[in-house]
Ligand binder design. Structure first.
Ligand code: ADP
Length: 310
């Protein structure tokens, strides 16, 4: 499978590296407005290939995206001092106007996987600009928040994160909602397993895990200026699910016709991913507090989309 990556910065290059190591792609093309950066990243990743799987890694202009099955969008501009969030968003949306047009001139009917933040709104921007079938344009959304949630719960219980099933929903950001009420360990409700293991999920534990998930990016950015490895691995995992037509369930951002009375809003819910992109959505069972929080998250995202005229 050929995968294009537009934006060879921290996130784009980590995605390329993870794709090369996992062998989820057979061909990777990095595109950046800095040709020198794209080339340097491609060469560095290519030098990992002899230690990993048979993957061709190259840099190029947009024309090199011809034949790409999936294009990961990780291009973006940083916040200028004193710039508002909305002004930054408007600038990133303007960047995407050129980027999406150039991608679609080269690649025929690709799947567009959005990673640029704020990922929900950028997913909405991309869906509107691209005009592809609805399931072919989606964002990494809360895939990473879900991974953090599972890791922290697993650590508390002394179990493997792969055995924890639960999702973070809504916005990838401050208003996201941890789906505690539906979380399972294997097939058992979380609370029952926690009691059996003598590791009750008390209000304190819950607050600590909630904070750990919600504030993880802030803490990592304080320490190293960006987050890239976790999201890079998540993006490679999504590409793998597409390439194998898996039908894997992941929390991803997609323009959703209606959620709790909020229309036409991009946010994360558990989505089924296969060769055509997102095949369907699995609406989780939530308690009253979670429904209220998810509704608030959806309204907030809808307000931002309104401000951008989406
Ligand atoms: P992040 O941490 O989100 O990856 P970076 O700033 O490291 O952020 O990477 C963003 C990348 O997007 C940069 O390498 C930048 O050159 C690239 N970029 C910005 N605008 C465009 C554009 N119009 N076309 C292609 N790449 C772009």
């Amino acid at each position: 499978m050929k995968v294009g990556i537009v934006g060879a910065g921290m996130v784009g290059s980590a995605a390329g590296y993870a794709l090369a190591l996992t062998g989820a792609a057979s061909r990777i093309v990095l595109v950046d407005r800095s040709e020198a950066l794209a080339l340097a990243q491609a060469q560095d990743i290519a030098h990992a290939v002899p230690f990993a799987s048979a993957v061709a890694v190259e840099a190029g202009g947009y024309e090199a995206l011809a034949g790409a099955d999936v294009v990961i969008l990780a291009a973006g501009v940083g916040q200028k001092p004193g710039e508002s969030r909305l002004a930054l968003l408007e600038r990133n949306a303007a960047v995407f106007e050129d980027v999406i047009a150039a991608v679609l001139r080269a690649a025929v009917d690709p799947i567009l996987l959005v990673a640029t933040n704020p990922v929900d709104v950028m997913t909405h921007v991309t869906a509107k600009l691209a005009g592809l079938a609805p399931g072919r344009v989606f964002g990494s959304g809360t895939i990473l928040d879900t991974a953090r949630f599972r890791s922290l719960v697993a650590h508390h219980l002394g179990l493997a994160p792969q055995s924890i099933h639960g999702y973070v929903l809504g916005e990838h950001g401050d208003s996201e909602v941890l789906g505690w009420s539906g979380a399972r360990v294997g097939s058992e409700p979380l609370a029952s397993v926690a009691a059996q293991l003598g590791c009750a999920i008390t209000a304190d534990v819950r607050a600590r895990i909630d904070d750990g998930v919600r504030r993880a990016a802030y803490r990592i950015i304080e320490g190293k200026g960006a987050t890239n490895y976790g999201i890079g691995a998540g993006l490679a995992r999504i590409v793998q699910a597409i390439g194998r037509d898996e039908g894997a369930v992941m929390s991803l951002s997609l323009v959703t016709p209606e959620l709790a009375g909020v229309q036409n809003v991009a946010l994360s819910l558990p989505r089924v991913v296969g060769a055509q992109g997102i095949r369907s959505t699995l609406m989780p069972t939530l308690d009253a507090d979670e429904i209220a929080a998810l509704t608030a998250s959806a309204r907030m995202l809808r307000d931002t989309s309104d401000a951008l005229g989406l």
